[in-house]
Write a protein that binds this ligand. Sequence first.
Ligand SMILES: [Zn+2]
Length: 145
Amino acid sequence: MSTAPPELACPHIRLRDGARPVLLGSRCADCAEHYFPPCRSCTRCLSLKLEPCELGDRGVLWSWTIQAFLPKAPYNGGETAETFQPYGVGYVEMPSGLKVEARLTVADAAQLHIGMLMVLTLAHYGAPERVAAALTFAFEPEGGA
Ligand SMILES: [Zn+2]
């Protein structure tokens, strides 16, 4: 078994203890608004005093859908119409109130409902044969699917 850290396709993730992902964003020092991905200016108060922050590793499913067809460009997952598999996508409300759009590990409508607790995890990015080692973030239902 390899002990090398996973290759992360998203730069806005930190691995706690080398394995547990946490999202990195930015927070406005003047009005406390949070952003993901991190940014350099606040659209709420126009401040340029934004500082890096951890957004956490869990939240509440705010809304969701099932992506049932291959998205158009700039989607670059590497699948083809023949290899594409439907996936869940949703907004997860983090403790700060920020809603993060993310892929969900569940693509079954019967297992998703607004208000359920979701936990950050790592998921393969793109077609496995293309970028087998690259991982990005996704949310899964707390306690597993
Ligand atoms: Zn601000």
